[in-house]
Design a protein around this ligand. Structure first.
Ligand SMILES: Nc1ncnc2c1ncn2[C@@H]1O[C@H](COP(=O)(O)OP(=O)(O)OP(=O)(O)O)[C@@H](O)[C@H]1O
Length: 607
């Protein structure tokens, strides 16, 4: 059974009990208050509250307009990199709670391309051409049309400058579609390949819309802080990564991002929160702790994003997520905006996730033959006893072929924490400097291991699934599934640590009699990704008794289905249909016939 490996609070029996029996726990700051069905307080114009003087325009979406100069550069109280450089209305924060906010460090260091035009950045750009012809499908009512350039979107000057600093020339396909949808205030369930830029797809609209909010009054005086946006992710490392990214995107926008995650001193995190927080990035366990201690209130949340949303709603995390989203003081769906992102979205998870959404749009970007082409997948039959020597052969070959150059990194996934430690020790003893990351290591050790790996000092990282999702580590050239997972979705996320942002990568899986339940889903996935499927795997896959086993959560829908579950007959029976799919209506670069091999309309980020 899978357990959450991100945070420890999930293990608390009392918490889980509370989560299962809804509403049993009432946090201190909510006691003696009306139940949560009460509408949340208005975000604008309440008397005597904290004032967030961002200035700028009203919250209406601003698509297609020109650039704005009136709400960039608000800075953090004269903060770093030029401090209050803008003269716009959003500079007027002197009477507000931002006065105590800390100086802002320039997250771009000296490598500052803020003033370079998007066109001039072309040469430095990451090559996203591989994503150009990607098939896209949307379903839901009144889907806002996609955009082709960042300039069309008008996210605001300060954010645009940061986008240039990041050297993003044009939006990736998921960004093209998801950003206008989010800016229009719509709820969204978005499924797009690993490494295709989902983080920016949910961060940009949230930051932009917070930049537009003005005169947001927040309750004052109590122990709690009141963020406007919450981004949840399943692991500490991923939360840190999202925090780092969001800090870059929000530099000098006046929007402050804080992270809270387990395994790190809570006092430091509280201090950061008390200095002001607009966007809180958190792991569920630590957030539940902070909510129970009434150090964070969710009553002002306008934007909720779940990264790796299917994982967050999987059985390990679901009680915590329900507690955070449904049983505390967060405004309900329809009042807040909810954005769910992942590379995989099994149908039963979609069904569950729809509880959190209101009139949402379902978006899938990509299928086999698009970005998955960037990852060459190989599967080899290796007996358990031969795995180590086989891995050694691979590593030696890499070295000899020069593939494992100075910066080329190898990520090796294993099943157990003990297995990870043992393999790391053995590799290092054998002359391959390795490190390891898993749930039994302290957070400090985990962060150190990641740093050593990223820097190339220890170019082999042996990991459990704790590193499977979301981590964006440049130069990972090879992912080895030393032990295959039991779930094809986990495989998808694991191999997605390579072949990111337009770069190519290699993924090798060791298969043997212990993995029979994976034979069929693996063969299908590889086939649909135009990979070479060995005959022996096809034979295993064709034996019916192997095919349906394992944890292939994709069963029950289209193969590798991340099709909108609302399109299923069972869902629509007796209900008003929500609108219908749009897979060709807009004519915005959806290649014809892409659903061909799957039956009408079946698509996903991986098929
Ligand atoms: N518009 C863009 N232009 C160039 N690079 C981009 C753009 N958007 C994102 N990137 C880069 O692409 C890489 C992958 O992005 P990100 O980590 O958001 O992927 P993801 O879709 O969330 O992947 P996963 O499913 O593994 O979590 C990052 O290094 C990011 O900086």
């Amino acid at each position: 059974m899978r357990t959450p490996w991100g945070d420890s609070a999930a293990d608390s029996p009392s918490e889980n009990a509370g989560a299962n029996k809804r509403s049993t726990y009432v946090p201190p700051h909510l006691r003696n208050k009306a139940p949560s069905s009460d509408p949340p307080p208005p975000l604008l114009s309440t008397p005597a509250g904290d004032r967030v003087g961002y200035g700028g325009p009203p919250a209406a979406p601003r698509l297609g307009g020109g650039s704005r100069s009136d709400f960039g550069h608000s800075g953090y109280g004269g903060g770093g990199g030029g401090g209050r450089t803008g003269g716009g209305r959003n500079n007027n924060r002197s009477g507000g709670w931002d006065r105590g906010r800390p100086r802002e460090v320039n997250p771009f260091g000296n490598d500052d391309d803020a003033d370079v035009a998007f066109s001039e950045l072309e040469n430095m750009a990451i090559n996203f051409d591989a994503y150009e012809d990607i098939p896209v499908e949307t379903s839901g009512h009144d889907v806002p049309p996609p955009v082709n350039t960042f300039a069309e979107i008008d996210l605001g000057d300060a954010l645009n400058q940061n986008i240039r600093r990041c050297k993003y020339v044009k939006p990736t396909p998921v960004q093209r579609h998801a950003i206008p949808i989010s800016l229009a205030g719509r709820d969204l369930m978005a499924c797009a390949q690993t490494g295709s830029g989902k983080t920016a797809a949910f961060c940009f609209p949230i930051i932009s819309r917070i930049m537009q909010e003005h005169n947001v009054h927040r309750p004052r005086g109590g122990r709690s802080v009141h963020p406007l946006a919450l981004i949840l992710s399943p692991t500490r490392e991923l939360s840190c990564q999202i925090h780092e990214e969001a800090k870059k995107f929000s530099y000098q926008t006046g929007v402050r991002v804080v992270v809270a995650y387990g395994g790190a001193p809570v006092q430091l995190q509280l201090r950061e929160l008390e200095r002001g927080v607009d966007i809180l990035v958190a792991t569920p366990g630590r957030l539940v702790d902070l909510l129970e201690q009434a150090r964070v209130s969710l009553q002002m949340i306008k934007y909720l994003a779940l990264d790796e949303a299917d994982r967050m709603l999987d059985m390990g995390f679901e009680p915590q997520i329900r507690k955070i989203v449904e049983q505390m003081d967060m405004p309900p769906p329809g009042v807040r905006q909810t954005l769910l992102f992942s590379a995989t979205f099994p149908k039963e998870i979609q069904r569950m996730a729809s509880d959190f959404l209101s009139n949402y749009i379902f978006l899938t970007v990509g299928r086999v033959g698009s970005s998955t082409d960037l990852i060459v997948q190989r599967v080899e039959y290796v007996h358990e006893a031969d795995k180590r020597s086989h891995l050694m052969d691979l590593l030696h070959a890499q070295k000899e072929n020069g593939v494992h150059g100075k910066q080329a990194l190898t990520l090796v996934f294993v099943e157990t924490k003990r297995g990870a430690d043992a393999l790391e020790y053995w590799l290092t003893q054998s002359g391959f400097p390795a490190t390891t990351i898993h749930g039994d290591r302290s957070q400090q050790e985990r962060e150190y291991a990641l740093r050593e790996f990223k820097s190339g000092k220890r170019p082999i990282l042996v990991a459990t699934d704790v590193a499977a999702r979301g981590l964006d580590i440049p130069h990972v050239a090879h992912v080895v599934n030393f032990d295959l997972p039991n779930d094809i979705d986990d495989y998808v996320h694991r191999i997605g640590r390579t072949g990111r942002a337009g770069k190519t990568g290699l993924a090798t899986a060791f298969f043997n009699e212990n993995n029979l339940s994976m034979a069929r889903p693996l063969a299908e996935l590889m086939q649909e990704a135009n990979q070479e499927v060995p005959d022996w795997l096809t034979r295993y896959a064709s034996r019916a008794s192997y095919g349906g086993g394992g944890r292939n959560r994709r069963s029950g829908g289209g193969r590798f289905g991340s099709r909108d579950f609302r399109r299923d007959n069972s869902y629509n029976r007796g209900q008003e249909y929500y609108g219908g799919a749009n897979n060709s209506g807009y004519g915005y670069g959806v290649p014809g016939g892409y659903s061909g091999g799957y039956g009408p309309g079946v698509t996903s980020a991986w098929d």
